[in-house]
Every structure is written in structure tokens, then in C-alpha cells.
Design a protein around this ligand. Structure first.
Ligand code: GTP
Ligand code: MG
Length: 370
């Protein structure tokens, strides 16, 4: 089979060469623009970028870029995906619980978040918001390192009685690097020792200028335990979301990202997937990282079986052959043969990565991206 240079492939895909080099690097194949890659790698890359490929002959591939970008008329508004970040114990889970009106926090072992939870809440006006609760920033950076930027908006939770702490600053840096808009939730204002103004001043030192200080970052004083100003926080999210004009095509093969995955004793490998575009349905054949399968069942955030999940909907998927990793792309493909091919290729890349891995820092990888 014929080889193709990265630049030539980029031209045919109408993508930036640098983006292909970056993707190849992440796949464990560091190459330059002028170097050639084999056809299998080219095909995988094309699929990773969401383009369709037609293998015209054994030696030539035709890339149909017209099907990749969803036509404007196919786009429908989608809910924002909001990630809650902040220092340990500043009240991320409590805040999410208060918003959901449920109590996960009190049911957690020691009150420490064990997994990323993904939930959707419906507002009185019927609009929805998808929330991701993170156990720490590792998950967030892991996902970003794998190229998965699933978050539209970050809520930075800062306890008003504690101020900015190391993980708060880490969260600020991750958010800035990802180029995601931020809303600051100044939490625990019910506490007598709360000093919300001090939080705003500390934020200034990190170039976060909240509205109260004449900037454009929305800040809301809240209390998760007393349920104070939760409506204001939701309004802030809606306002930010309107500015972003988030849209996706629901009528296509689903693509998304694995948010969390585990091996369940009774049900086998499970993955929580956030659908980014298209609609995922029971019976769909998919690849999730180096794992493939056919959707046996879909379970929503209330533990109910559902038949389908559209853009911005988090859903648990049953029917995987193995446990994927958080941040893995989840792609519906046309048939099981294709699924096995892509999964096997990704497995090979993973094996190679494990043996030749050099330390890569997020900063290096995204230096030109932010
Ligand atoms: P990790 O997941 O471990 O990082 O913590 P977290 O940020 O999710 O904090 P969590 O919601 O578990 O809350 C930590 C502690 O702060 C708990 O004891 C909560 O009851 C308390 N807390 C959270 N929000 C408030 C609040 O608004 N006011 C007061 N007084 N206490 C709060
Ligand atoms: Mg928590």
C-alpha cells in the first residue's frame, strides 16, 4: 500500500497539519509534516478526526470531508457541559447535590468523591444542564492530555472561609489552558468566618477579574448547605451558555468521550459516555478506546434504561469487550469488522506507547493550543 505524507493527508482532510502531528504524537507516533505514514495509520487518523473514508482501491484512500462537518441546518441547540472544580472539601459535591436536590455526598465513603459523576438537571424552563463532578484535577488533565475537551464551562468552587488553595490555583491554570469560560461559585457564605471579598481579591492575583471587581467573570455567592443563591448560579450558567451558542447535530452516528469506566462484577465492563454529537442507540456498534462492542443497554443518570442518548447526554453503556479509559473517544462505526479493526489498531498503539513512553507534560503538548 502507498504511503502518504502527513501534510498531504492534512490537505486532503482540510485539517491543519499541526493538528495531525499532534494527534499522531498522542497516538504514540511522533512524526513531522514531511514524513510519510502508512495507510492504516492514515485511515485511523481520518476516523479519529471524524471524517469518513472510502477505500477506493488497496492503494488509495478517498476522504470524504463533506460528511464530517455537520451542515449548519443540521445543528440543534444542546445543553452545556459544566465541570465543577475546586480545592478538596470546598463543597463541589455538596453544591452539585444541592442543585440536583439529591444527596450523593452523604452516601459517599468519607464524603470523598470516588468517581466522576455525570448528571443532567432540568430547569423550570425545561432547558437542561449537564454536570460533571470531578474527584480531583487528575481526571480533568488526563482527559485533556488525551485530547478530550468535553467541558463547555467550568464552575470554580472556592470556600469563602478558606480562600484560594493549591488545587484552586491548579484548577484556574487548567481552565485557562483549556480556554474554557469560568464561573466562580464562592461557597460556604453561611459560615460566620466567610470572607467572600477576600476570595475576589485573591482571584485578582491570578488574573481572574470577577464582575464585582469590574471584570467579566461571573461570580455568585452560594451556600450549598443552606441552598442559598443556587438559582443565581444556574442563571449564570444559562447566560454563559447562551453566549457560547452550543449546538450539535443529533441525527448522525454518535461520537462522544468516555467519562469513567469500570468492571462491574455482574454486568461486565461499563463505561459512562458523554455523547458529543449524533444519537447513541441500543444496538449500535462502537469502538471505545481499544475496546469495541455493541450497545446492549443504555442507562441514564437516574438508573433507568433508555433507548437512546443525544448530544450532551451522559449515559452508561453496557456491551463493551473491555474496560476503556477516561478520555477515550467513543465512536459508533458501521459494522463489527470495522470496530474490531479500529480497536485492534488502537490496542497496538497503546502497547507501543507503553514501551516507548517518554514523559510528556500538558504544558508542552498544549503550548500552542491555548
Ligand atoms: P472532595 O470531593 O473531597 O474534593 O470534596 P468536595 O469539594 O466535593 O466537598 P464536599 O461537598 O464533600 O464538602 C466538604 C465539606 O464541606 C462537607 O462537610 C460539607 O458538609 C461542607 N460544606 C459544603 N458546602 C458547604 C456550605 O455551603 N456551607 C457549610 N457550612 N458547609 C459546607
Ligand atoms: Mg466531592
Amino acid at each position: 500500500p502507498e504511503a502518504i505524507t502527513v501534510q498531504e493527508l492534512a490537505n486532503r482532510m482540510a485539517e491543519r497539519g499541526a493538528d495531525l502531528v499532534k494527534a499522531l504524537f498522542k497516538m504514540g507516533s511522533p512524526v513531522t509534516l514531511t514524513q510519510t505514514i502508512d495507510q492504516d495509520t492514515a485511515e485511523l487518523l481520518v476516523t479519529e478526526f471524524g471524517h469518513r473514508i472510502k477505500r477506493v482501491s488497496e492503494s488509495d484512500i478517498d476522504i470524504d470531508t463533506s460528511e464530517d462537518v455537520d451542515a449548519p441546518e443540521t445543528l440543534r441547540p444542546r445543553p452545556p457541559v459544566v465541570t465543577i472544580m475546586g480545592h478538596v472539601d470546598h463543597g463541589k459535591t455538596s453544591l452539585l447535590d444541592a442543585i440536583r436536590g439529591a444527596s450523593v455526598q452523604s452516601g459517599e465513603a468519607g464524603g470523598i468523591t470516588q468517581h466522576i459523576g455525570a448528571y443532567q438537571v432540568a430547569l423550570p424552563d425545561k432547558s437542561k444542564i449537564t454536570f460533571l463532578d470531578t474527584p480531583g484535577h487528575e481526571a480533568f488533565s488526563d482527559m485533556r492530555a488525551r485530547g478530550a475537551n468535553v467541558t463547555d464551562i467550568v464552575i470554580l468552587v472556592v470556600a469563602a472561609d478558606d480562600g484560594l488553595r493549591p488545587q484552586t490555583i491548579e484548577a484556574i491554570n487548567h481552565t485557562k489552558a483549556a480556554g474554557v469560560p469560568m464561573i466562580v461559585a464562592i461557597n460556604k457564605i453561611d459560615k460566620p468566618e466567610a470572607k467572600p471579598q477576600k476570595v475576589r481579591e485573591e482571584l485578582l492575583q491570578h488574573e481572574i477579574i470577577v464582575e464585582d471587581m469590574g471584570g467579566d467573570v461571573q461570580d455568585v455567592e452560594v451556600s450549598a448547605t443552606k441552598k442559598t443563591n443556587l438559582d443565581k448560579l444556574l442563571e449564570a450558567i444559562q447566560l454563559q451558555s447562551e453566549i457560547l451558542e452550543l449546538k450539535a447535530n443529533p441525527d448522525r452516528a454518535a461520537e462522544g468521550t468516555v467519562i469513567e469506566a469500570k468492571l462491574d462484577k455482574g454486568r461486565g465492563p461499563l463505561a459512562t459516555v458523554l455523547v458529543e454529537r449524533g444519537t447513541l442507540r441500543v444496538g449500535d456498534v462502537f469502538v471505545a478506546g481499544a475496546s469495541s462492542g455493541k450497545v446492549r443497554a443504555l442507562i441514564d443518570d437516574h438508573g433507568r434504561q433508555v433507548k437512546e442518548a443525544g448530544p450532551s447526554v451522559p449515559v452508561e453503556v453496557l456491551g463493551l469487550s473491555a474496560v476503556p479509559s477516561a478520555g477515550d473517544p467513543f465512536t459508533v462505526v458501521e459494522n463489527e469488522g470495522r470496530a474490531r479493526e479500529v480497536a485492534a489498531y488502537r490496542q497496538g498503539v497503546l502497547d507501543r506507547k507503553r514501551t516507548t513512553s517518554a514523559p510528556v507534560s500538558l504544558e508542552n503538548m498544549f503550548a500552542n493550543h491555548a
